[in-house]
Design a protein around this ligand. Sequence first.
Ligand code: NIG
Ligand code: FE
Length: 418
Amino acid sequence: VRVVSDADPCREYLAGPAQENCTLAILEEENGIGLSIIIDQEGFIADIGYDDVMELKYKNHLVEKIIDASGRSVLPGLVDAHTHPVWAGDRVHEFSMKLAGASYMDIYEAGGGIHFTVNHTRKASEDELYNLLKERLMRMLANGTVLVEGKSGYGLDTENEIKMLRVLERAKRELPIDISSTFCGAHAVPKNQTAEEATQNVLTRQLPEVMRLQELGELHVDSIDVFCEKGVFDIDQSRKILKAGRQAGLRLNFHADELTPICGTEMGAALGAEAMSHLEEISQEGITAMAVKPSVAVILPTTAYLLRLNPPPVRKMINQGVPVALGSDFNPNAYCLSMPLVMNLACVLFGMTLPEVLVAATINAAAALGRQETNGSLEVGKYGDLLILNAPKWEHLIYQMGDIQQIIGQVVKRGRIV
Ligand code: NIG
Ligand code: FE
């Protein structure tokens, strides 16, 4: 994990021509010193160096493609560490209710919110869900995201949770974006169950079936998630589910201390959770516990903005050594799939600096998903996943709000322009 405050944030590579059976990304800076990035046929970064050196070194190699990024900036592909991308049934009708003052829990308790989306998602076929997911993921990619965490959680029963996870598997096979899957059967309490019954359902039915399919190689689930929240799954129920997930070999990455301070973070840290999300209501003890582990804090500015929550204490977390990552939290409540907008919100609403949000949306987000060896920075041995910006300074990505197609010139995924 690269801790935010120490990070070297902008790796603007400058370059000239180079070779081998490879793709080359080039950026030329005004002072004329250039760097080349060599991406091999398998899509990994094979070399990075000054133009003159690289020119000599790769003189006799065949270059499949040269991408000329002269005068532009090159960044690692963005990583979105928290999304709910598989669902049918948007909630545009709830937006005006929220603007009029209804809280997240008011809508949830009235049987709307997640419940509305669960009804629609249960009715949708795998193909319908896949088509919805595909469109969303391709737009994320166009907004610079090359690795995304995606949760189940709108099925809330074995059949429908597995349907969602299968849809994510299909996207992994068919689309040029990497996905880390999370089983979130405990995302809400189904209307006809108590939280205790829902917990038992996850423990005795959903999780065992997910793990059976995982063993057969039909699913590749990385993490387990719970909406640990007052009025949803309490601390004990969340702990039981997370422990069972851990025993089954999953990473722990869950919703903690979002709406009410219930010390979910302390519980998660005690279990060794790799990441925890939201954290608007984290306590000082929670911050200390996350720094010691360390556990990655996945901050979700869209949700805090839309629900007008207290800002999470990001500055305190960074100062005290908690690695901070960012996620879009794309879901029917927070319909945002653009990480550059998320980065902008994190700067303006939470006081993060530009280098901090870049680190949080690349290497730290990769670390939240356990993918820091392959994603999150431009280094030899990692995936050749790059953003080439139509701008001489990378900060334009965040500064120029809401017109991202103009700024992102090319997204390169494993050496191929996508
Ligand atoms: O992260 N808090 C729980 N999960 C989502 C919301 C999902 C939904 O409302 O559909 C979140 O904000
Ligand atoms: Fe979420």
